[in-house]
Design a protein around this ligand. Structure first.
Ligand SMILES: C[S@@+](CC[C@H](N)C(=O)[O-])C[C@H]1O[C@@H](n2cnc3c(N)ncnc32)[C@H](O)[C@@H]1O
Length: 275
């Protein structure tokens, strides 16, 4: 896991050791998950296959501390789309650790001014908010627009005893409900990529909704109070879309999990301070 204070280049090196077969198998499976299996709750065999094809090992595909081979037995329901879109434990836990370290330095004990919250604006599985909330020790809220994803995640939160307050709504409605409480309030941002994910890289200005619009909406909801934002991208960003999305914000840290997929299909995470 690489943790860096330098934002990634717009287009990273094209070096990778993956074979054409790896590309083909992964992208074919990805197409199935986002297509015919999009709203299907995956069974045990498909969850294991997802772990193998996406992360090289079924055990590595873990959410809420539950690895893929135990998910079905634990009653965890994952739709095809969420299986490809989610942030696994091995990625979100280091991001939460990095943010906890940053906040501990920037906000020494005794200077708190209200109970901060975590808001997972594009919940999906909710695993991003799950790890941020637990590691930071903040209550967490989440918005999810898709009723099928909402139902599956509602089930999962009940199964694991999560206290995340999950609302089926547009992220802007959640922003409207959350009065700013503290400069340590933290927002997880990961909208669907859709057509923004191209061979030329991920264009954050073309996600649905665009990341710059989301950042603006967060800023408007804050009434001038600073906050933290954690955003997930891939490892091949188109043009300067990350910097453009966070214009005027301070890049704090990027967390780069070891790649397991062809270049462009791996995940990166970036932490920003909006002030
Ligand atoms: C890329 S996924 C997020 C994955 C998530 N971070 C995880 O770890 O599982 C994006 C999610 O946002 C939801 N979504 C899309 N538009 C939304 C909106 N306007 N407001 C709230 N949720 C939305 C989608 O239904 C999808 O489940």
């Amino acid at each position: 896991m690489t943790v860096s204070s330098t934002p990634p280049p717009a287009v990273a090196d094209a070096q990778h050791a993956d074979t054409a077969d790896t590309y083909a198998a992964y992208f074919a499976f990805r197409d199935r998950l986002l297509g015919e299996l999009r709203t299907t709750v995956l069974g045990d065999a498909e969850l294991r296959e997802a772990g193998s094809l996406i992360y090289g090992d079924p055990e590595r595909f873990a959410l809420y501390g539950i690895p893929a081979p135990r998910m079905a037995a634990a009653g965890v329901r994952l739709l095809g789309r969420t299986t490809i879109e989610c942030c696994i434990d091995a990625f979100t836990a280091p991001v939460a650790d990095a943010l906890a370290g940053i906040q501990a330095t920037a906000h020494p004990a005794g200077q708190e001014d209200g109970q901060p919250f975590v808001a997972d604006l594009f919940c999906g599985s909710g695993n991003f908010g799950h790890h941020l909330g637990r590691r930071l020790g903040f209550p967490a809220y989440a918005s999810e627009l898709d009723p099928a994803v909402y139902e599956a995640t509602r089930n999962n939160f009940d199964r694991i005893g999560s206290t995340i307050e999950l609302v089926q709504c547009d992220y802007r409605d959640l922003l409207g409900k959350l009065t700013p409480r503290s400069p340590r309030d933290t927002y997880a941002v990961e909208p669907p990529w859709g057509p923004a994910f191209t061979p030329a890289g991920l264009d954050l200005t073309r996600t649905s909704p665009p990341v710059p619009d989301i950042v603006d909406a967060i800023r408007r909801s804050r009434g001038g109070m600073p906050c933290y934002v954690a955003v997930k991208t891939n490892d091949q960003l188109a043009h300067d879309s990350l910097a453009r999305s966070f214009a005027g914000a301070h890049h704090l840290r990027s967390v780069t999990p070891p790649p397991s997929l062809p270049h462009g299909a791996n995940m990166d995470f970036h932490l920003y301070l909006l002030d």
